[in-house]
Design a protein around this ligand. Structure first.
Ligand code: FDA
Length: 507
């Protein structure tokens, strides 16, 4: 069938997608967002929208029969994971041969599952990673716009110093300082005032109830409460959920025709739809947007796509590690699940590292200090199309993560030496392992700005086809990426609306 025509389609509802939809809506362009995940606004039988981390149920995971938590083990016991019914849950772990990638599924994409850390990259590193982007304009206009629209805030420092919920962060700060390392407060989109009320007992607990990665029931300003709420408020944007874009082709008149599968939350196919549009914005994330374009190139539906599609992928140097503290240095049985502090050693020329001090909110004293280190690893992976499975496969080997492990190790060896402490080896799977080098939270690249696209995300070889998300960033940004993804999308869509969309769709 010819299906429905809409002027603009945005695939996905994560950061890049949400920015694009809001600005298109404000420009008066009727825009349809297609999201493969659910809308997360209805409480389940327990009265909560999300299942939480300590007793995850089917809402936690994207079509798995057992949860796949990043820290599945403790003393080699598989304590955190549960058998569940396959369902359109909020967190997916996409398992490639030698790298697993965590992503969010649902209206809000990664903002539903992430830790909310909202960090603007160091300008010098931004300039190194994206030299063709005008940094002045980014740092005076688009980063401030992204931070204010996302509602980024920093913790009240006096409260941080006194609350038991950040004992773990203060312990790690002292130990970093013993090694001559400095820490910095990490801004967040979690509502810090709400968190204080959680501590006072005057608000329902989320950050203080070990909620993160499977969704926060309260307190976090995820995209559905910021950009997407504003987008819907323009009256020009609509969102279809449980709609997955499978194929993209172009018709003779230049419009795009999408094949879209609609399922129910249990995975049953309800309909296969054809939806067409003039302007197509891909915001399906590094994995999603890259897969859609690779499939289109390799199956010949968009034959003019270039060889750069699929290249320049990296895990943002992500390495998790943990240290065992002495018995006189407890990290607290009460831990806020929202990180507030990072160890900043990015200016170290031998091994730049920015390491978030992460919680281990187990509800009991563990004496563990946990970290997510962001390192500078020049290695890059490549996506290739696997025709038999009809999916993008990631070419990335464990050895490629060796530079990242070495950088993290050099920093935490210093901390261990200064504090006569050691690593924990039992947290990252069944084998002895101090560094988790086989999964990441920060997939970046696949459709790199200036390579697979022009300098504003216009896909090379096609008109009116855009990439708007983390796949534009070539594998590394040195800090948690969503503020950069948001700011870059702001910059790109402003140009695209002005030059390409103009008055073509206004009513
Ligand atoms: P994003 O992945 O957000 O959105 C893509 C959307 O498209 C998803 O909703 C997906 O379901 C949908 N989609 C994909 N394919 C589709 C298709 N074919 N059809 C329809 N829909 C499709 N970052 C940070 O800055 N601070 C932090 O604290 C954290 N913490 C963190 C924790 C965890 C557990 C994770 C998994 C990730 C983080 N991150 C993070 C990373 C951050 O969440 C991530 O970088 C961004 O969400 C990426 O934004 P994008 O716009 O690229 O896509």
């Amino acid at each position: 069938s010819d299906g429905t025509f809409v002027p603009a389609v945005v695939v996905g509802t994560g950061y890049g997608a949400a920015v694009s939809a809001l600005r298109l809506g404000e420009a008066g362009v009727s825009t349809l967002m297609l999201e493969m995940g659910r809308l997360w606004n209805q409480p389940g039988p327990d009265g909560n929208v999300f299942s939480g981390m300590l007793r995850p149920d089917k809402r936690s995971s994207w079509f798995k029969s057992r949860t796949e938590a990043p820290l599945g083990s403790f003393l080699w016991l598989d304590v955190a994971n549960r058998d569940i019914e396959p369902y359109a849950g909020v967190l997916d772990r996409v398992n490639f041969d030698q790298m697993s990638v965590y992503v969010g599924r649902g209206v809000g994409g990664g903002s539903l599952v992430n830790g909310g850390m909202a960090v603007t990259p160091r300008r010098s590193y931004f300039e190194e990673v994206l030299p063709q982007v005008d940094a002045d304009e980014m740092y005076t206009k688009y980063f401030p716009r992204a931070n204010s629209t996302l509602r980024v805030k920093t913790i009240d420092k006096a409260w941080f110093e006194e609350t038991e919920w950040y004992t773990y962060a203060r312990v790690s700060r002292r130990q970093a300082s013993n090694a001559g390392l400095s820490t910095t407060f990490v801004p967040n989109v979690y509502d810090w005032d709400h968190m204080r009320r959680e501590a006072d007992g005057t608000a329902a607990r989320s950050a203080l109830a070990a909620e993160v990665i499977y969704g926060n029931n309260h307190g976090k300003v995820s995209l559905d409460k910021s950009y997407l709420a504003a987008a819907l408020g323009t009256g020009k944007v609509t969102i279809e959920t449980l709609h997955q874009v499978k194929a993209i082709r172009q018709r003779n008149d230049g419009t795009y025709l999408l094949t879209v599968e609609q399922k129910d939350a249990g995975g049953k196919l309800l309909a296969t739809k054809e939806i067409s549009c003039r302007h197509l914005f891909l915001g399906a994330g590094s994995l999603g947007s890259t897969e859609l374009l690779l499939r289109a190139r390799e199956t010949g539906t968009l034959p003019n796509l270039g060889s750069e599609i699929g290249g320049g992928w990296g895990p943002n140097g992500n390495i998790m590690t943990a240290r065992a503290n002495h018995v006189w240095n407890p990290t607290g049985s009460h831990q806020s699940s929202i990180p507030a502090l990072g160890i900043d050693d990015w200016d170290n020329p031998d091994a730049p590292v920015f390491a978030e001090i992460a919680p281990l909110p187990a509800g009991l004293e563990t004496w563990v200090s946990l970290y997510l280190a962001i390192t500078k690893n020049p290695e890059r992976g490549t996506f290739v199309y696997d025709a038999a499975e009809d999916r993008a496969d990631l070419r990335w080997t464990r050895e490629q993560n060796a530079p990242a492990v070495a950088a993290a190790k050099s920093l935490f060896d210093r901390i261990n030496r200064a504090n006569t402490t050691m690593y924990r080896y039992d947290l990252f799977g069944k084998q002895l392992k101090a560094f988790a080098d086989d999964f990441c939270y920060h997939p970046l690249g696949g459709c790199v700005l200036g390579k697979a696209t022009d300098n504003y995300g216009r896909v090379t070889g096609y008109e009116n086809l855009y990439v708007t998300d983390g796949s534009l960033i070539p594998g590394s940004i040195g800090v948690n990426p969503f503020v950069t993804i948001t700011a870059l999308a702001e910059r790109n869509v402003e140009r695209v609306i002005r030059e390409d969309v103009k008055d073509s769709h206004r009513d």
